[in-house]
Structure formats: structure tokens, C-alpha cells
Design a protein around this ligand. Structure first.
Ligand code: FAD
Length: 510
């Protein structure tokens, strides 16, 4: 989305990587189409701000909420096959939304959007648009306090690229692979957060991690299916091991509330023998079931008909709300660096509303593409930048860090899950500090990057002595607006993580 908008705005674009990791799993996208009085940007803003516990940035949410309707209609004109009913885009009610505002297709809408955008770009002028499929950004270059491009490696071509770019947009996704049980694909390694830190950018809200409630448990390929929450408004039920409904889902609770209720139910002995809960679709209209690719995949794997289907589910790590602090123009705190999608922080605060991840990449991509281009065009006459040397040590594959990764994963699973407590968090911070020192002594920068991202999550979670959104502290179970209506930010200073809190916000002024 950002690449296409940058091309439309007149920039030459080099796209690295590509191929949506999380984006290909997007099934519904929140929007505001003004079909009804409740279907407005203001109401979408309210839903996101409330879900985010009022620590998300109202300017960023407003920019997203105001533009998402037009961007979705623009995508429809481009040929994205949104499902329609009576001449309008059909919509579902995502968990936590007060209105049925999530648009979808009969396939995976994330795949459909990417396909249309890729087709547009591939038909573009090859002297103005180039894609290096699988190309990995491994370092951001800075000069005079600005990001001026980066160093990339193309595994397919086995060559390094020293990229001179007037503006750089990070869209590297999340870091779910730093957790053991996650819905995230292998590409979600969290490197973008580390690259931004090294370039001098600020991260924000890293302590806030969200969990997907309905992820199937079991053995082999029966495990790990993420099942949609939107069906709670379409006839599906959430049951405990005794067959009882234990959560009022009629009010469309947010996913953090669902996850905590699930953990409580199991810890109080009312789970299934496998320690899970039941996602029951036996009462759903088969035509509605038919509109969900993920449910059809799970039915096929479990070899069961919808009328008999009860899947055992438990929460798994899903999304990092934190990321590169951006403003309403998607600009980071370092000139020349923009961020969009899960690597960006600010839009979601303490909890990302369901169906607002896809919304963020669509509208945030448009905003980043437009503004990065304006910035780049204004830099046209800047002095030539120095050249930078490649460093083969940066290209060590993530899988080579198996031993450290397993420490990071078990540490984050244990301490930074749905329910958190100070003693576990302190232990996690100590373990990660040791792992970080070892990686620094051995000059293993690639390992150190993963450790730093994990440290930002654990140290932020230890610092925030309250509960808000997805961050639930058993030792501080209440929301504390007096002390904690503020953000925790992370920077790198002298190669050390510097974690601090900003000023308290005022609810009255927003
Ligand atoms: C299972 C699942 C289901 C979801 N369902 C929904 C939904 O229905 N609705 C919704 O709104 N949200 C949903 N989300 C959330 C949503 O998918 C994400 O918020 C969004 O797709 C993130 O997009 P992104 O572009 O930031 O990251 P991604 O789509 O993950 O893309 C990141 C890309 O960056 C590449 N990359 C990473 N590092 C580098 C590097 N160093 N150099 C070059 N390239 C790099 C990766 O290979 C990848 O292609 C879901 C998420 C998951 C995991």
C-alpha cells in the first residue's frame, strides 16, 4: 500500500521483502463508511481509543479513522473483491466494536488486497519501481541525524545492496516469533523494532502484547488454527469443559477480556481435560460458516461437519501494540524514517481492536506512502551521502540462534503472557539481561537484536505497575489513571536500552 502510494505521489520505489506474513491472514478489516449514524469515523475513533485504554495517540487514531473509508472504497475500485450485499459492502461485527463495520471477502481479504496492489505495481514503469523479492533490510543508515537508506541482503541473488534512499518506510511486521505459542508466521521476527532503535528512533508501548483467544490446541496440524472472534455475533458459542457459557458475548467484549475470562475458567478447573475451552459452531448457519476460510480450514483438518464442530481452543500471542513511535503522518522520531503496520506504535495503545490490524496497514500504508514521498522530494538537493560497508555478520539467519531463541520464547511465554506478575517479570528481565550480555560479548548483533526487543517488552511490563488493556498484572489488577495514563518509551543510548515514561496525559483534553 505504501509503495503504491509513493509511486502515485511521484517517488521511485525500491521494495524489499514483500509477501504479507500476517497480512495474508487478515479476514476482516474495520472501516467507517457512513452507511449509518453509528458508522462514522468519530465512532470508530471512540472504539479504538477506548479499547486502547486511552494511552494510544489520538492524532494517529483520528488520521486513520478519517481516511479508512475512502481508502477501502479506493481498493474496491481497484478490483478488491469485497463481499457485497444489496449494493453495499457487507460487514461483520468484530470483537470490541460497537458497530458492524468490518468488511471482508469470501477468501482472505488480506490476500485479495495484496494481490490487487501487487498487480498494479508490477505493471508500473520498471525504471521507477523495483522489487527485490525476499530482500532483507539488515541495517538502516544514518547521516546528519537522518535515515538515508540502508543495507540489504538478497538471499536469492546472494548479494548485498547499499541503498541510497531519501526516505525509508519500515513495514517489517511484528515479533510473534519471539514467543513460543503464537499465531504469527516465521517472518514476524521483530527485527524492524531493533533496526529502528539502532537508527535512533523511539519505540513506544512495547509492554502491550495482545493474544488471540481462539487458537486450536491439540497435536500435529490440528493445533494452531486461529478461529475468528466475529462469529460470536453470528451464532457461535464459547463454552467451558462443563458445556457452560461463562462470558456474556452479547456486548461484543474485546479480545483481552475474552482471553482473561478463558484463563480464569481453566485455572479454576472448568476447562476440558486438555486444559482448554470449546469454540462451538454447532448452532451457526452453514451459509455463514461458509464465509470463513479459517473455519473451513479447521473443519477440513479435524474432518468434522459444522453441525458437530466444537474446537478446543486457548489464547496465543498475536500482536505487538508497541512499535516505532509515529505521528499522524506515519513519521518516526528520526527524519527520513516512516513506519506502518505492526512495526509502528501509537494507534492501538494497550489493546488493538479486532479488525484494526488490517485497517492500520491499509490506511497507514497510504499515509506513509504519501508523506514519505513529500519528505523525499524535499530532500532532492541534499548532499550526497557517504557509502556504507556491508557486514556479513548481520545476515546470520534467525534459525541459527535456536538456543537463544528458545530462552527468549520460554521467558516471554512465562512472564509476558495474558496474566503477568512482578516476580516473574523481574526474573525475565534478569534472564534477558544475561542473554544480552552474552550476545554483546560474542558480537552477535543479530542475536542481540532479538534480545533487545524481548527486553523492551519485559522491562516495560515490569515498569507498568497497573493493569490496562492486554497488560494485566495480577499484583496490580486495577487501572491506575493517576499514575499510568502515560506511555513507556524505549531508546538505545550508548548501546543500552533506555526505558522511560513520558508525561501523564489528560483524559479531559482529548
Ligand atoms: C493469524 C492472524 C490473523 C489475523 N487476522 C486479522 C484480521 O482478520 N483482521 C485484522 O485487521 N488483522 C488481523 N491480523 C493482524 C494483521 O494481520 C496485522 O496487524 C497486519 O497484517 C500486519 O501487517 P504488517 O504489514 O505490519 O506485517 P506483515 O503482514 O507481517 O508483513 C511484514 C513483512 O515484512 C517482511 N520483513 C520482515 N523483516 C524484514 C526485513 N528485515 N527486510 C525486508 N522485509 C522484512 C516480512 O517478510 C513480511 O513480508 C491477524 C494476524 C494474524 C497473525
Amino acid at each position: 500500500m505504501a509503495a503504491r502510494r509513493a509511486r502515485l505521489a511521484g517517488a521511485s520505489v525500491l521494495l524489499l521483502g514483500g509477501g504479507g506474513a500476517a497480512s495474508s491472514r487478515v479476514s476482516s478489516v474495520n472501516t467507517a463508511l457512513a452507511y449509518a449514524p453509528e458508522d462514522t469515523p468519530a465512532r470508530l475513533f471512540d472504539d479504538m481509543y477506548r479499547a486502547g485504554g486511552y494511552v494510544n495517540d489520538p492524532r494517529v487514531i483520528a488520521a486513520f479513522a478519517d481516511r479508512i473509508g475512502d481508502e477501502i472504497l479506493g481498493l474496491q475500485q481497484l478490483g478488491v473483491p469485497f463481499h457485497c450485499s444489496a449494493g453495499r459492502l457487507a460487514r461483520r461485527q468484530a470483537a470490541g466494536s460497537t458497530w458492524t463495520r468490518a468488511v471482508y471477502s469470501l477468501g482472505m481479504i488480506g490476500v485479495d488486497i495484496a494481490r490487487c496492489l501487487t498487480r498494479e505495481l508490477e505493471n508500473d514503469d520498471p525504471t521507477k519501481y523495483r522489487r527485490i523479492g525476499g530482500g532483507q533490510l539488515l541495517q538502516l543508515h544514518t547521516a546528519d541525524g537522518r535515515v538515508v537508506g540502508g543495507l540489504a541482503y538478497s538471499p536469492r541473488e546472494r548479494r548485498w545492496l547499499d541503498i541510497d534512499a531519501r526516505a525509508t518506510i519500515l513495514a517489517t511486521g511484528g515479533g510473534g516469533q519471539l514467543f513460543g505459542r503464537t499465531t504469527n508466521a516465521r517472518a514476524s521476527r521483530g527485527i524492524g523494532y531493533a533496526l529502528a532503535l539502532e537508527a535512533g528512533a523511539e519505540l513506544v508501548d512495547m509492554e502491550f502484547v495482545s493474544f488471540e483467544p481462539f487458537v486450536s490446541v491439540g497435536t500435529g496440524n490440528r493445533a494452531g488454527h486461529d478461529l475468528p472472534t466475529t462469529v460470536l455475533q453470528e451464532g457461535a458459542r464459547l463454552l467451558n469443559g462443563l458445556g457452560e457459557e461463562f462470558l456474556d458475548t452479547s456486548t461484543s467484549p474485546t479480545k483481552d477480556i475474552i482471553c482473561r475470562a478463558m484463563m480464569r475458567e481453566v485455572s479454576q478447573g472448568r476447562g476440558t481435560p486438555a486444559g482448554a475451552l470449546l469454540y462451538d459452531i454447532t448452532g451457526m448457519d452453514p451459509d455463514v460458516v461458509d464465509r470463513y476460510v479459517q473455519i473451513k480450514e479447521a473443519l477440513r483438518t479435524h474432518n468434522v461437519q459444522p453441525q458437530q464442530a466444537q474446537f478446543e481452543v486457548m489464547p496465543a500471542q498475536h500482536f505487538l501494540m508497541g512499535g516505532v513511535r509515529i505521528d499522524a503522518e506515519a513519521a518516526s522520531t528520526v527524519p527520513g524514517l516512516y513506519a506502518v503496520g505492526e512495526v509502528a506504535g501509537g494507534a492501538h495503545g494497550a489493546h488493538r481492536l479486532a479488525a484494526c490490524g488490517g485497517m492500520e496497514v491499509v490506511v497507514g500504508g497510504a499515509i506513509a506512502g504519501d508523506n514519505a514521498t513529500s519528505y523525499a522530494l524535499a530532500q532532492r538537493n541534499r548532499a550526497p551521502r557517504p557509502s556504507f560497508r556491508s557486514d556479513p555478520a548481520l545476515a546470520v539467519p534467525f534459525s541459527d540462534h535456536a538456543a537463544v531463541l528458545s530462552v527468549i520464547r520460554s521467558t516471554l511465554d512465562e512472564a509476558c503472557g495474558v496474566l503477568r506478575v512482578g516476580t516473574d517479570l523481574q526474573q525475565a528481565v534478569d534472564v534477558l539481561a544475561e542473554a544480552g550480555e552474552a550476545a554483546a560479548d560474542d558480537r552477535q548483533l543479530a542475536v542481540l537484536r532479538s534480545v533487545r526487543v524481548a527486553q523492551a517488552i519485559a522491562r516495560g511490563a515490569l515498569m507498568r505497575q497497573e493493569s490496562r488493556g492486554d497488560h494485566f498484572r495480577l499484583d496490580f489488577p486495577e487501572r491506575d489513571d493517576r499514575r499510568w495514563l502515560k506511555n513507556i518509551s524505549v531508546r538505545l543510548a550508548d548501546d543500552q536500552l533506555d526505558i522511560s515514561t513520558g508525561g501523564r496525559r489528560s483524559l479531559a483534553t482529548v
